[in-house]
Design a protein around this ligand. Sequence first.
Ligand SMILES: [Zn+2]
Length: 140
Amino acid sequence: MVDIWSREKRSKVMSKIRSKNTKPEILLRKALFAKGHRYRIHNNLLPGKPDIVFPKLKTVIFVHGCFWHYHRDCREGHIPNTNTQFWRNKLSKNVDRDLKHQHALIKLGWKVLVIWECEIEKNITSTLEYIEQQITCCPI
Ligand SMILES: [Zn+2]
């Protein structure tokens, strides 16, 4: 697959992809709220600043953008064809950082859920069901 954009245009486009308050994340927050769940967002004190935090349930949710967090087996999770080495390094660093944060949280006694943006876009109902299952039953 050949990149349709020049290197300059590609990096401009990529820089516009924001990592906080993305559309799927907001969609998920609204859906959780509508179901009566109360949570905090972007807790700066916890490793990795989880996107959604349920303090009483000691559970956090990361809403991962498929590109930036390199979602495998997903259309969005790929290394761009231009500047390949740069992106390979960058994305693998992101993945390492994610794992480090998740392990740190688990060590602190938190339950960590990772939700991918494509899951929310594909089927928010089943994503919600999964989260509710995880936060209501199955203590760690
Ligand atoms: Zn994905």
